[in-house]
Ligand binder design. Sequence first.
Ligand code: WT7
Length: 670
Amino acid sequence: MSHDTPGSTATAAATSQQGDALENLLHENRKFAPSEDFAANAVVGAEAYAEAEADRPAFWAKQARELLTWNKDFTQALDWSNPPFAKWFVGGEVNAAYNALDRHVENGLGDRVAIYFEGEPGDTRSYTYAELTEEVKKAANAFESLGVAKGDRVAVYLPMIPEAVITLLACARIGAVHSVVFGGFSSDALRSRIEDAQAKLVVTADGTYRRGKPSALKSAVDEALANDGHTVQNVVVVKRNGQDVDWHAGRDHWWADTVEAASAEHTAVGHDSEHPLFILYTSGTTGKPKGILHTTGGFLTQTAYTHKAVFDLHPETDVYWCTADVGWVTGHSYVAYAPLINGATQVMYEGTPDSPHQGRWWEIVQKYKVSILYTAPTAIRTFMKWGRDIPDKYDLSSIRVLGSVGEPINPEAWMWYRDVIGGSGGKKNPAPIVDTWWQTETGAQMIAPLPGVTATKPGSAQVPLPGIAVDVVDENGVSVPNGHGGFLVIREPWPAMLRGIWGDPERFKETYWSRFEAMYFAGDGAKKDEDGDIWLLGRVDDVMNISGHRLSTTEIESALVSHPAVAEAAVVGAADETTGQAVVAFVILRGDAVDSGDEIVQDLRNHVGKEIGPIAKPKTILVVPELPKTRSGKIMRRLLKDVAEGRDVGDATTLADNTVMAQIAASLKK
Ligand code: WT7
């Protein structure tokens, strides 16, 4: 098996192909200007663009000083003397937890609700800022008493419960670096992440609930730590669903016995602006997930600014709900950090949208009077499928801003979101939609309308945010004119940018900074329409986007070939109506393996589930006699994608063996 290096693939072909499919969209001429009322009350107006344009670092320095309380002021906004390694707010010292919590209490907001928690089984809890501050102080003391010191790594494997936010902020408070692993990843995936980051502590729960049933988490931690040779000294376990767990005396501690029992006195000290805040693993073009490293001052500044500007946040009156799990970057930037830094009230929900019924989300919106809702297109398309009579049964009139993230939102879903959710109850001015483009690596939103300024357009993320320099370039790195497509790049450093890949500075340069001279290559194809608005066209590398979750074709191929029955595997992301893309795998079985049909397919799906996690299980696995390869041995995924999407196979002239596609077609007919 051979793999493409980032950006050097048949990307141009991929881009133009996707471009053609979306060509008609680029003539989208519906535009929705903000209502007069909305524009008049907007937190950020059009002047922000000019201000940032005049002096980008000074613009961000102003935001940093306005949005955060610094223990020590910084002396320089940006140090870009050693690209691509940026330093923002040089010399400053700041504490993320103090900014998210203590200072609001000091400012008289202690009684404001920080989190309304809605558990899957229907249990609820709420935390005021004063209460959340106390919990985080206790957790900080507890983690310190377990030997966690500044700079140590803490692995977090928790469901969507308030303890997840408390854990992240407690780590930030003491300068420990959290590394959250999504609960849908397997014990193997957890183990490799714990090992890569050399975590000292793991925070987990006995389990959670999924569609009304208990589901385990701690058992995966036990499996991940089963062999010696790891660095974990302690495991703190939240009791969530009460299921039985194995117990390793000396290593395992109940949250109730450590955190709840700890002192609620804890003073937050300032950490250097560039002190590591967290690592979050994400899939790239190679088999091994990358530990994306974010630091403190710049991350907090840009997440807080964008949260305020893009959602038009009025923290005194808004109720904000971001549906993302804390296991993904959206749950870091826009659940654990930005809303609390901005003193907002937010909703947190543990479960799935269909439990116990398909109106659960709308019931939550109605109950808490959610005014800002931030979710993914895949969820919107699912609701469309379920039908509008479900949301129509609820009072959604509180909603005034709707956000979208994670994948391109098709205009049809965009219009449905606007009419059915944003225009619920026959509102005269439906809520504006902000489609936000960003990545784990960018740390915060980069391209999005400003709801009080931009006339929004169904399907397009439109414009770079103030202080962000995004462009679309051709394969030589030359900016394309309006009406043309190419590769999305970022031309100037931005505050929340990743500072590197954990333990691998070379890979950081190679992955993001080598495709184009002095530009960050995002891995996305994009087009500028006639107005210069940006349309995202999906990845141009081997990264797939399934329900807004990022998965690597290579990683799933590696998992498949690690199964004894598999000789070779090729994975593609095929277009899917609901999930955006779906994983389709083509496998060649070993000579001695029996093609038992459904049985082997089921076995392979489970194997991928075990190696990576249930989210990575291929939707379809096709057993084939051969794979299409170029003369240099590179798998031509483009052709497999044609097959998976039911299209006529495109140009196959560069294949080493041009009968291969016919063989595959014949085997699939069987
Ligand atoms: C990739 C990053 C950003 C948090 C969730 C995903 C795709 C993200 C959009 C959007 C079109 C989008 C891109 C990007 N993506 N937002 N609004 N429109 N595509 O973070 O897992 O790091 O994935 O998601 O392809 O590169 P991630």
